[in-house]
Write a protein that binds this ligand. Structure first.
Ligand SMILES: [Zn+2]
Length: 260
């Protein structure tokens, strides 16, 4: 009898947990968010035409590496409903060979100041006042200090993306998710189309959300091929009745509201 009672409570608990599963817009079964970092030319040249042909939206985390040649292009994308996120001006990280600005000399306040200036820069670009953020090199510390709570205190950023492996990046529990530490699947060089679709299928099975962090597409660095990117886009397009592909801001706005 005791065992039966325990099973009964376990059953209730299980049902309760399942009930937390979010219902996505238009009865879609899962959410994939495509995010592209560092304002790279290959994103404008290769990724954007593929996204537009499939009528999919995405988020671009821009840095101060935008210029007279590209600002008009980013602005035009913003007008079409793509999101321009904040990725700082100088992309400070721990010292590495290919990263010119080192974060060791920063304090939490100095990076906040830089994020604020980049927000102004982005306001000039698309006129938006609410902004999302991606931590440079997915590091939440500068000068040895964690700045997530400083970022929270200043209120400059609504949602922020961190890194994560392919398992951590499948998000199901939004109740306990920190809006300023949202995990994502950071791709490696030469990630294949099959690997990308494998991740999407994993997210589909979970009924949750998966955020993908992309860099170079058919060029630049941390590059996946144009063909692999096209394979991902085609899969998302063919499964559009099952998978919602919003911007990072849209996805998080919906998920946090729906999980309250
Ligand atoms: Zn970056």
């Amino acid at each position: 009898m005791k065992t039966l009672v325990i099973f009964f409570f376990l059953f209730i608990l299980q049902t309760g947990l399942q009930a937390q599963q979010l219902i996505w817009p238009n009865n879609k079964k899962a959410v994939i968010v495509l995010t592209y970092d560092d304002a790279l030319l290959s994103q404008l040249k290769v990724a954007v035409p593929q996204l537009e042909a499939a009528h999919l939206k995405a988020t671009f985390f821009l840095t101060g590496d935008i210029n007279g040649e590209t600002i008009g292009k980013w602005r035009a994308l913003g007008k079409k409903g793509f999101e321009m996120g904040n990725h700082t001006l100088f992309h400070p990280c721990l010292s590495t060979d290919d990263n010119p600005v080192h974060s060791e000399g920063y304090t939490p306040y100095s990076i906040i100041r830089e994020i604020e200036v980049m927000n102004h820069f982005l306001y000039a670009l698309d006129g938006k006042t609410l902004r999302t953020y991606a931590y440079p090199c997915t590091e939440t510390t500068v000068g040895g200090k964690d700045y997530v709570d400083t970022l929270r205190k200043y209120g400059l950023i609504k949602y922020a993306r961190v890194g994560g492996d392919v398992n951590e990046a499948v998000i199901k529990d939004f109740k306990h998710l920190d809006p300023l530490q949202i995990p994502s699947y950071g791709l490696e060089d030469n990630t294949t189309g099959d690997q990308l679709i494998g991740f999407v299928k994993k997210v589909q099975q979970s009924g949750g959300m998966g955020i993908i962090m992309l860099h170079g597409i058919g060029g630049d660095y941390i590059t996946i091929s144009a063909a692999a990117h096209q394979q991902l886009i085609t899969y998302l397009e063919n499964n559009r009745d099952q998978i919602w592909v919003p911007t990072f801001m849209q996805a998080m706005d919906y998920a946090f509201k729906a999980s309250k």
